[in-house]
Write a protein that binds this ligand. Sequence first.
Ligand SMILES: [Zn+2]
Length: 134
Amino acid sequence: MPSKTNDEKDMRYYLEKLWLGFRLRCPNCGQGKMFSGLFRMEPTCPHCHVRYERSSGESLGGMMIGLIIVELITVGGYLLSDVLFRPPLLFQMVFWVAFNLAFCLAFYRPARGMWVSVTYLTGGVYADEPAETS
Ligand SMILES: [Zn+2]
């Protein structure tokens, strides 16, 4: 059926755009790098000049992606290690708090990149209008 083929193609397209964001590449052109420093995101793509974020609050979406993933891993990891190894509660607490901090730092850039891809897929990432000169 043609519609199923289109659905598969659309899903592949969405996953490719999310993957570009995860790899910190512009979801529009796939060429420009989103970050110029460890935690410094470029406001626009250096290659195709689309604006990644229209307002500063948009970065919260990326943080939410990171938090959801780290909390799922933490709860699952805590329960699994508790069942398998029965470690002391203090060890569990220290380990999973440290894991949360390390994961949030390590996943900060990919989460923000993926959020830019989500914004791109919903129409929020585009080039600025040229300034009026009249
Ligand atoms: Zn670009």
